[in-house]
Design a protein around this ligand. Sequence first.
Ligand code: AMP
Ligand code: MG
Length: 397
Amino acid sequence: MDKNFMVSIEEAMELVQHTTPFGCVKKTPLLAALDLFLAKDIHAPINMPPFHQSAMDGYAVLFDETHQNDFVLVDEIKAGDNKQRILNIGEAVRIFTGAPTPPNANAVIMQENTSVKENVLTIDDILSKNKNIRLMGEQIQQNQIALQKGEKLNPAAIGFLATLGITEVEVYNKPKITIVVTGNELATPGTSLESGQIYESNAIMLQSALLKKGFTNISITKVKDDYTATKESLNTAIQENDFVLISGGISVGDYDFVGKALLELNTEQIFYKIKQKPGKPMFLGKNNKTIIFALPGNPASALTCYYIYIESALQKFIGNPAYQKNTIDHILENDYDKKGIRGEFLKANTNGTGVQILGSQSSAMLNTFAKANALIYLNEGVRTYKKGEVVKTFLID
Ligand code: AMP
Ligand code: MG
């Protein structure tokens, strides 16, 4: 494992995407597939509507150029009825929304435009062919593609598939994710803080970010800065998960055991560091099928790395065709002196057009991050940025 193997931000993004596989495809009940992506095209098993349907409460008629009014009422059809009433020219049936129209009816007149006297229907409307009739297969015909591979199943899509009688779909499965938190100094919120301790915040922060995107299969393990304990914990994490997100212990300190443990567990290193601020030590590895991200412990660094790299990896895994997180151009609202050579991500706030760099950019602090809705991305190289310049941003939520 080469601790000096450092890549650029662009290289890191590409390597993350290249390394992450698509998740496995699973037949899933419709409701459980909400917000997931289709792994295959879906063909309509039936016509929709399955029969010619009345779109109104009113009267179905059979008219021609010789007979346009004063129809004789011969029957009544309500929703759910199974009647095949053939009409003669000049005949009509009382009909209700959703009911099957007589096979040869050629219009439905809404009841508000009619009057009935002694079984004769008089209409005050202009007749036209198939008026107010939902034709069989008008929405979709049997065997046509209803939804395509890669489409996200939103509530309307779920409803649409249900109208076709579909109960399960093949989607990319959601990943099983574990968060491994390292650090002797970490106390659990809710317990009292001993001298030298800080409260552990990365697990719940990353878990929140994952939950926000619909990832619910998450476990959390906490481990001390101890080589054997770290290795054991990571071994289990790798065996049991699609993604392992490690917090802390990846830097160069004497008590940072994550890199060594991953190496001992035969993890393939993709990179160890990124030329970026914050989050220089950020490891990407692969162990069998498991993708491993080791994030810096500093909370703002860990969250930045999550947004920039992990989010797109997870989106690829669940088959989102737009898994790459794209930048959006915004107009900078303050000057900024970029002193370091590394690329930078700055916590910022945008109102849609302008973007403002927020106060403290420390990687140890979350107070300004809590108010940010964007990360400004500045390329490698020393440079002064002026108010009014266009900068690239990543939107976060
Ligand atoms: P490390 O990457 O382990 O060297 O940690 C870098 C800094 O982040 C140290 O100041 C840690 O105390 C802090 N830190 C590490 N893990 C966490 C955590 N889970 N929650 C809050 N702060 C942390
Ligand atoms: Mg540590």
